[in-house]
Ligand binder design. Structure first.
Ligand SMILES: NC(=O)c1ccc[n+]([C@@H]2O[C@H](COP(=O)([O-])OP(=O)(O)OC[C@H]3O[C@@H](n4cnc5c(N)ncnc54)[C@H](O)[C@@H]3O)[C@@H](O)[C@H]2O)c1
Length: 428
């Protein structure tokens, strides 16, 4: 096409059309508080094609088999025989925005075990996102594979094609068994990913999660002793990884009396030396007499057997799904142990990554501010729990349910995937 002596290709016109519709959309979104669910899903931004980045390998469309599960919007078994992909994507709830959640790669014993895990984790993400008010819903995916042996680029790309097929209703990120490098490969076949290294990305979530947990520890101490000073407080930390390690640094500078535990003996010794901390074995840490126990390792740590051993006054840590089941929140309450609900206290990383899809790109000051206020959210939850004579876990779930019911914190501006503007190196 020729316009005023200039020649335009079909691609130029396509890009121009995209730009006009984007500007129009921003104007519309800015002027009306429209229900975002449909607008997000149909947004031109989310439909920006990725095809030029696709690898050249023979592409088969992953097979979708819906698994009906009450209370979940979509649960899909995804298979692709040629890529040896067997995965489940669970979208629990998208009332407040597209479902966001990591990709867990684990050699589950069977499909039922994978299903149980993905259902539990995706629901947890809904609650975490609702309380954090990040404008996302809850989702998660699991790939049944051994990250050391059967994780291949073909499998990851086939998984990416499945995510792409969901057209933005599920956005994935790294999780256990799935590294940033793996997410980069998934990115070759879908743009619906966050947490990749690029100029506008949010980077490592660990330090933000750790700061939120530190503020959460201050919140339980305030509740127990009417002052949030940690000077002289006995705090036991289980797990000195990305979150626990950063947390220990904050606690040290706040004057806490530290008791540390990690399965990795060399790491434990290094931290103990650096922070003049006492050490205990992995078996002992739950029995330690202390003001606060901070579980920063694995989930399911509080069950009938372990709660009976506890000699802490409060629990405030990063681990996901700390309670084996909801009833254990009541058991903790009966025992008089104050519990900072995991999905509230460990939201710093989510707050951080959520910032990366803002139109203007990532800026650390916003998630820092929001993470700092995890303290206040927790204080509000303790108040609600007291008033209703319920556990803190139950109060947090009620607060999240309330936000979901009335759409509080619903996303109105669609997420922007800044990485999709960058060229990819599609190595095979
Ligand atoms: N990284 C984040 O931003 C983030 C965000 C939200 C929740 N979480 C959750 O917080 C927890 C810790 O995350 P991370 O990123 O620090 O993980 P990580 O893998 O970096 O660290 C875990 C640490 O725990 C130790 N460990 C494992 N089992 C243990 C046990 N029984 N006793 C003592 N130590 C043990 C490991 O040796 C390791 O040092 C996980 O449950 C994770 O799901 C992390």
């Amino acid at each position: 096409m020729i316009l005023k002596g200039k020649k335009f290709s079909v691609m130029d016109l396509f890009l121009l059309r995209g730009l006009i519709s984007y500007v129009a959309r921003v104007i519309v979104l800015g002027s009306k508080n429209i229900s975002s669910k449909e607008s997000i899903m149909s947004s031109e931004l989310l439909e920006r094609p990725l095809k030029k980045h696709l690898p050249t390998e023979a592409v088969t469309s992953p097979h979708f088999e819906k698994i009906p599960v009450k209370g979940y919007e979509q649960v899909i078994r995804v298979t692709d025989q040629s890529a040896k992909l067997d995965a489940i994507i669970a979208i629990h709830n998208t009332t407040l925005g597209p479902a966001l959640g990591g990709v867990r790669i684990y050699p589950y014993a069977n499909v039922q075990a994978a299903l149980d895990d993905v259902l539990r984790l995706s629901k947890g993400m809904t609650y975490k996102a609702a309380i954090a008010e990040v404008g996302f819903g809850g989702g998660k995916s699991v790939i049944i594979a051994d990250p050391q042996k059967t994780k291949t680029p073909e499998l990851l790309r086939a998984f990416g094609r499945a995510v792409e097929k969901l057209a933005g209703s599920y956005i994935c990120a790294e999780d256990m068994g799935c590294t940033t490098e793996d997410v980069k490969i998934i990115r070759q076949t879908t743009k619906y990913v966050v947490g990749l290294p690029h100029v506008k990305s949010s980077g490592d979530p660990g330090p933000f999660t750790a700061w939120g947990v530190f503020r959460g520890i201050q919140s339980v101490v305030k509740r127990l002793y009417k002052s949030d000073s940690l000077e002289g407080c006995k705090i036991a930390v289980q797990g000195l990884g990305n979150v626990g390690g950063n947390l220990v640094e904050h606690l040290f500078w706040a004057g806490a009396d530290l008791i540390l535990s990690d399965l990795d003996a060399a790491r434990l010794e290094r931290y103990a030396k650096k922070y003049r901390a006492k050490t205990v074995s992995a078996a002992e840490v739950l029995r330690v007499e202390c003001d606060v126990l901070a579980p920063c390792a694995m989930g399911g740590v509080f069950n009938d057997a372990t709660i009976a051993l506890l000699r802490c006054k409060a629990i405030a840590g990063a681990a996901n799904n700390q309670l084996l089941s909801d009833v254990h929140a009541d058991v903790l309450k009966e025992k008089g142990v104050l519990y900072a609900p995991d999905f509230v206290i460990n939201a710093g990383g989510l707050l951080n990554v959520a910032e990366e899809v803002e139109d203007e790109g990532y800026t650390p000051a916003h998630p820092r501010y929001k993470t700092h206020h995890i303290y206040d959210t927790l204080q509000a939850i303790y108040e609600i729990a007291d008033k209703n004579r319920e556990s803190t876990h139950s109060a947090a779930v009620s607060l999240a349910d309330y936000r979901l019911k009335y759409g509080i914190g619903r996303r109105v501006i669609p997420p922007t995937f800044h990485h999709s503007a960058e060229p990819l190196s599609v190595g095979r």
